[in-house]
Design a protein around this ligand. Structure first.
Ligand code: NAD
Length: 354
């Protein structure tokens, strides 16, 4: 992965791994010099907030269980007001990318430190990126102010992730690594992490599917999530993320499922331009073409394969292709309207990438 010239960036993040490591949260609050934690999660995971409140004891001053997909600004403002009212001096975000996003949005407004305890593989905890939605428009910013300070990866917490979400969330994470391999601003370190992250999921996902409560296999998936998320935090993304953003933003398709369907097709499209950079993907997943290898892996894991199954109408494909090729952005292979239209057709029908 050596390059003649590169710039490598790493964030100062403290990361702890281990089954049951969530119980160290009080220790981590104190290590940050804090004493008043606000615990964040979604309505669906409210019981998790109760468990954390019990673990934190006197160090917890309150809970906010209103985190929602795509970080709506009005919810972030309510939660920020609550943090201020309570005099919180640290945020403990327990959940997936939506909860982590809420913690980042509060940190942006208050500069409070964040401890994140991920319960999916989305990887947001490892980045300084925040996507927010206001009046139906999603904007994304990157700032050290939103980068979480501490991450506790506890395999016992992902053990409850339903099998369907496990697979789509894993493919969502793997997409960050796969696109990281050809990022213009990749470094040897980001590429090493990308390959190791993909390998971790390849090795552990079948075990998790066979036994969803297998904490050892779950631990390895979290290891993959950390690596893939760290890659996302270090390098720029391209076609895959642009397509998913378009499909999610303009057609309201679900986040992780859309990533799962698009990944093999976007990688196959780009493999035509950068086969050497994607060779590690073929080595890991077989299939000759890296997109085809990923498609077989996704199919064997029971992932959704067709955009039509996510609710996209065939009559929407022309508009989706127009939108995804309208504003030029960097991609290793030129993004043409016809190329994207045929990619989307195959992804819509659930066919293997051409
Ligand atoms: P999510 O956080 O929205 O979670 C989906 C649902 O699953 C929620 O109801 C949640 O409560 C529930 N859930 C989470 N973990 C669970 C568990 N272990 N057991 C049972 N239920 C559980 O979904 P996500 O895919 O983790 O995150 C998606 C969001 O994160 C999107 O808004 C995306 O844009 C954002 N994201 C941001 C970044 C970044 O770097 N900024 C990176 C990746 C994703």
């Amino acid at each position: 992965f050596y390059r003649d010239e590169f710039t490598a960036r790493s964030a100062a993040v403290r990361v702890r791994f281990g089954a049951g490591i969530r119980k160290a949260v009080a220790e981590e609050i104190e290590a940050l010099g804090a004493r008043r934690a606000l615990i964040l999660t979604t309505p669906q995971q409210a019981a998790m907030a109760d468990e954390f409140a019990a673990i934190c004891g006197d160090l917890a001053v309150g809970r906010f269980t209103g985190a929602a997909m795509h970080t709506p600004v009005d919810i972030s403002e309510q939660a920020t007001a609550r943090a201020r009212e309570l005099g919180a001096d640290v945020l403990v975000a327990v959940g997936g990318g939506s909860t982590t996003g809420l913690g980042k949005a509060i940190a942006l407004r208050t500069d409070l430190p964040q401890i994140v305890v991920p319960t999916t593989y989305a990887g947001s905890e490892a980045t300084g990126i925040l996507g927010q939605t206001e009046n139906g428009v999603k904007t994304t910013l990157t700032s050290p102010a939103v980068q979480p300070e501490v991450i506790l990866y506890d395999a016992e917490l992902v053990a409850s992730l339903p099998v369907g979400m496990t697979v789509t969330s894993a493919l969502n994470a793997m997409a960050h690594a796969a696109e990281g391999l050809y990022a213009r601003d990749r470094s040897p370190l980001s590429s090493l992490m990308a390959v190791e992250g993909l390998r971790a999921f390849r090795d552990s996902l079948p075990g998790v599917m066979a036994e969803p409560g297998d904490v050892s296999a779950r631990g390895q998936t979290l290891y993959g999530a950390w690596l893939c998320g760290t890659v996302l935090g270090q390098v720029g993304m391209a076609l895959h993320h642009k397509l998913c953003h378009t499909l999610g933003g303009s057609f309201d398709l679900p986040h992780a499922e859309t990533h799962a369907v698009i990944l093999p097709h976007a990688i196959a499209y780009n493999a035509a331009a950068v086969p050497d950079l994607l060779a590690p993907v073929s080595e890991l997943f077989g299939g000759g073409d890296p997109g085809l290898g990923l498609w077989h892996f996704a199919r064997d894991a029971g992932a959704p394969l067709a955009l039509r199954d996510l609710g996209l109408k065939e009559s929407d494909l022309d508009r989706a292709a127009d939108l995804a090729s309208a504003n030029p952005y960097w991609n290793p292979r030129p993004v043409t309207r016809d190329g994207i239209r045929s990619l989307l057709q195959a992804a819509w029908a659930g066919e293997a990438p051409a």
